[in-house]
Design a binder for this molecule. Sequence first.
Ligand code: ADP
Ligand code: MG
Length: 731
Amino acid sequence: MLKLKNVSKFYYNKGMIATGFTKINLELKMGEFIAITGESGSGKSTLLNVISGLDSYEEGEMYINGKETSHYTEKDFEEYRRKYIANIFQSFNLINSYTVYQNVELVLLLNGYKKRQVKKKILEIIDQVGLTKFKNTKVSKLSGGQKQRVAIARAMVKDTPIIVADEPTGNLDTESAKEVIEILKRVAKNKLVVLVTHNIEQIEEYATRIIKMHDGRIIENTQIKEVKEEPKVEESKYNKITIFNKYRLGIRNTFNILTKFLLLFAVFFFITASIFLEYGSFKLSEYMNSEHIYDENRILIKKQDKTAFNQEDYEKIKNISNVDYIVEDDLIIDKHIAADRQIGSRDMMAIGGYISNIKNFSGNLDIGRMPERENEIVIEIGREHYYVTNRLNELVNQTFTMWTNDYYRVEEQQEVAVVGIKYTEDKNKIYVHNSILEKMKISIHKGYCDTKVLFNNKYINAEICPSDKVEKGQAIVNDELRYQIENRTIKNKPINIKISNIYYSDELNLKISDTFTEENYVDIVGNKNANYYAYKDMIFINREEYNAIYDKPLYQSSVYVKDIEEIDTTLKELENIGIKAKKITDYKTEYESDKLYRQILKIIKLIVTIILTFVLFFISYFIIRIILKSRNIYYTTLRILGATYKSVKRILDIELFVNSSLAYIGVIIPIILSKMDIINLGYISRAVRYVSIKECILMYLILIVMSRLISRKFTKKLFKNTTINTYNEEV
Ligand code: ADP
Ligand code: MG
């Protein structure tokens, strides 16, 4: 059956050469029961490993069934092991976390048997080694003798022609050792058994031949019993492991050691949660900076002949079927308005948003009612906004001061009361009555205009403000301006005011009629609470003139369409009636810097996410490797039992897949719950809110790919070396 001709085995270790054994000549026949003895280090184990195909040899020839093996690849030896060899070790080499039954079953599952076919056979064999009572006991709970009996059962179950046992009784007491040897003898019938032992008396009555080794050589080779006739070699059958069995083992391994399961779970949970949180934070900041993202259904319109719009134009536009409504004075839409509410002497609440006519409000209110009076407003605000979650009763039915350019300027202030709230995922909005919109219009327009004041041949830092106390053609200025003039007489001096924006410009030539100081400005402003510093650089002019300069005919309006899909057709129809029309989404100029900022943020987000994923991958690889290190013996055992690289990888893949999927579910459940507003995790809930379903799926895929890479890396390392070297490194 086996023949060794001048076979030698050397170990190369850091430049040193050690001899395993030298020039061994040996022939082993079926039906023999061979006992090998010799002192420690004489090369017994090495010989057994070479015979079993677990280790390579360097010199000589080894024949298996008459075939020379020097050209054998690792794969050929794998097949040889699966067909011919069953190993039994001194240290049992069982899977401690499996039951007796599972240990015996494992070898069959790995060799392509179906679970149901093999049940009877396994139970029979467990009975033969006298362990029926313990069949569902975890191996770790058994005594040494019982463990070795499990190992024998495992060696028996596949019915290979050769059994190789390396000091199987070395760790056992005399009584158990005797039992084990007896069972082995029973099993040995018609097989070739090669057994290493120190206790030759124990084995003498069974052995057919005794071999003694010394210093890597055979020094004695004594036949003590005749082997009558050599039985035929019957190769053990095997198939490739079935996919089903890979899954069975993978899933069994996921849960069979609780601590390992929890540790891996924690690692995967940590990876997933960090990627989610990092990505979510970026999405949140992107959202926070996206206040200028426009309504997609808005079209900006101007007249092709550059004149102002009149009612006739608006009627024509309204007749276009896809037009939902027109906002004539559309500068208002883009103005972010603030509304403040002073609470006590220290606390202040501020709501801000884009202002819109209450007529344009659509949908249902979540809280409160629609406005009934002029100064009542409705707001759209995030459901998770701090004011909504914590200070709702200070928000609804309370009075706020709405303002445009400067909070301290009375003429720009407007008292309003919030009566209704609609939750939004979008930008905040404030819906006001038409009359309030009209009142705010002038100060909003003023905000869009560039105002230049020419005094004493110099442009001075000043703004204009309406006053009922100033006559037409006149202006009242700060008394300090007098110091810019040589003889300090400022009265009747001319002052020129130019205003301009992209559509029109205008100009006022006034004469200074009076000056104001910190003591008397209140008389002119007409409000006792007015803050002097907000008016210090003001030039007060006649209210009618003030209104006329800012309340110009409309050169630009906005059209909102019903169906965004049809927006291009609407653009054409507008062009046909003499109107220059452009989708708001096509406008770049004004918010170019914003766009750039968003783009940069996006790129940073991508880079950080990729780096984080890599860093997490390596951190988790090292942690998982440490966790799995305790499992190296398990995987080497699989290899000894005939598992290939592919199946080991697959089994590990499945284990990590199941574990990481569970961790993912563990992360995604709170995310979904917080998205559905069932739980609130504060910042975390806010951050993950903007992660889309698609991105959730993408992250799952990343996690799965990561877990597969980890299992690949790990298995590769495991198979880098010969089986026995890998095993020795781990024990
Ligand atoms: P035995 O089983 O008879 O105690 P071994 O077969 O284990 O002896 O060892 C035989 C010789 O080979 C010893 O000198 C030992 O030091 C050497 N040896 C065994 N394994 C290795 C190894 N992995 N690397 C280097 N030397 C080894
Ligand atoms: Mg040994």
